[in-house]
Design a binder for this molecule. Structure first.
Ligand code: HEM
Length: 268
C-alpha cells in the first residue's frame, strides 16, 4: 500500500500516515481500533504505529464509522468467548440435558423481564426509542410460555434465580434508570444474538431434547413477527446508527456491550 499523505484526522506532528482517504473502510476500521484500544494496530499503519486517542485533535466520531460495525468489531473476542463456554460447546454438539436447558431458560426469563422492563421505561427516550420493537423482539411472554411448558402452571415458584443472573439483572436496572444511553448495548447483545446463533441453537435443542416439532418449549427462539431475520437485523443496525451519540458515549456503549457479553458468559 502506498502512503498518500498525512492522516486527515491525526495531526501531522504525530506523523501517522494513512493509506487511504477518510471514508475508506480500512481507514474507518483503524479509527474503530483506536477507539477501542487507544492505539493503532502495528499492522495497520506505516512506520509510526502507535498513537494515543487522547492526542487526536479531532472528534473521532466523524470517521469512526457506523456504531453497528463498531459493536460487531468490539465484541468479536467476547463473542468467541461466549461461543466457547463449556455449556455452549456441549450444546452445539447436542449434548444438553433437559435439566440444564430449563435452568438456562429460567435465567433468561429474569434477564428479559429486567431488560424489557427497562426498555418500556425508556421507550420514549431518544437514546433508545428507534430500537423499540416490542412486537417483533420482546421475549418475556415467550419465556413464560416455555417455562409453563417445562415446569407446569406453578413455574414461578419452581424456577431458579442464581446470583450470577441477579448480577446481570442488577446491571440492567442500573442502566435503565441511570445510564439509559447504554441500554442499546444490552438490547443489541441479546436480540441480535437471538436472531443469529439463536436460530441454530433452536434446532439443536429441538433434536437433543426431543421437543415437539410443533414448537412447544421453544417459543423463546421463535420470532413470529420477524419474517426475515437478516433483513430485520439490517433494519436494527440502521436504527442503531441513526441515534446521535457523541464519541465518548459511543465508546461507553462499546464497553457496555462487552460487559453484556461477559454477563451472559457468567450469568447464564
Ligand atoms: C454457541 C453459541 C453461539 C453461536 C453458534 C453464535 C453464532 C453467531 C453467528 C453465526 C452470528 C452471525 C450472524 C450474522 O452475521 O448474521 C452471530 C451474531 C451475533 N451473536 Fe452469536 N453465537 C453464539 C452465542 C452468542 C451469545 C451467547 C451471544 C450474546 C449473548 C451472542 C450474540 C451475538 C450478537 C450480538 C450477534 C450479532 C453481531 C452483529 O452482527 O453485530 N452470540 N452469532
Amino acid at each position: 500500500m502506498k502512503a498518500i499523505g498525512h492522516c486527515p484526522v491525526y495531526s501531522p506532528d504525530v506523523r501517522v500516515l494513512c493509506h487511504r482517504v477518510q471514508n475508506d473502510r480500512i481507514f474507518r476500521q483503524l479509527c474503530v481500533t483506536v477507539c477501542m484500544q487507544d492505539k493503532f494496530e502495528p499492522t495497520s499503519v506505516g512506520k509510526n504505529p502507535w498513537i494515543l486517542l487522547s492526542k487526536c485533535p479531532i472528534n473521532v466520531r466523524s470517521v469512526m464509522g457506523d456504531l453497528s460495525e463498531a459493536l460487531k468489531e468490539a465484541t468479536k473476542d467476547v463473542h468467541q468467548q461466549a461461543e466457547n463456554t463449556e455449556f455452549m460447546i456441549n450444546f452445539q454438539k447436542g449434548h444438553v440435558t433437559l435439566h440444564e436447558f430449563k435452568l438456562v431458560m429460567s435465567s433468561l426469563y429474569y434477564v428479559y423481564e429486567a431488560l424489557e422492563g427497562e426498555i418500556e421505561r425508556n421507550k420514549e427516550n431518544p437514546v433508545f426509542s428507534p430500537l423499540y420493537f416490542p412486537l417483533e423482539l420482546h421475549r418475556k411472554s415467550a419465556l413464560e410460555e416455555d417455562l409453563e411448558y417445562f415446569y407446569g402452571p406453578q413455574w414461578r415458584k419452581k424456577i431458579n434465580f442464581p446470583q450470577s443472573t441477579k448480577n446481570y439483572v442488577e446491571r440492567l436496572h442500573h442502566i435503565g434508570r441511570k445510564e439509559p444511553e447504554l441500554l442499546l448495548a444490552h438490547a443489541y447483545t441479546r436480540y441480535l444474538g437471538d436472531l443469529s446463533g439463536g436460530q441454530v441453537l433452536k434446532k439443536i435443542a429441538q433434536k437433543a431434547l426431543q421437543l415437539p416439532a410443533t414448537g412447544e418449549g421453544l417459543a423463546f427462539f421463535t420470532f413470529q413477527h420477524v419474517t426475515n431475520a437478516t433483513k430485520f437485523k439490517q433494519l436494527y443496525r440502521s436504527r442503531m446508527n441513526s441515534i446521535d451519540f457523541d464519541s465518548a458515549t459511543k465508546k461507553k456503549i462499546l464497553e457496555e456491550a462487552k460487559t453484556a457479553f461477559l454477563l451472559n458468559v457468567k450469568g447464564l
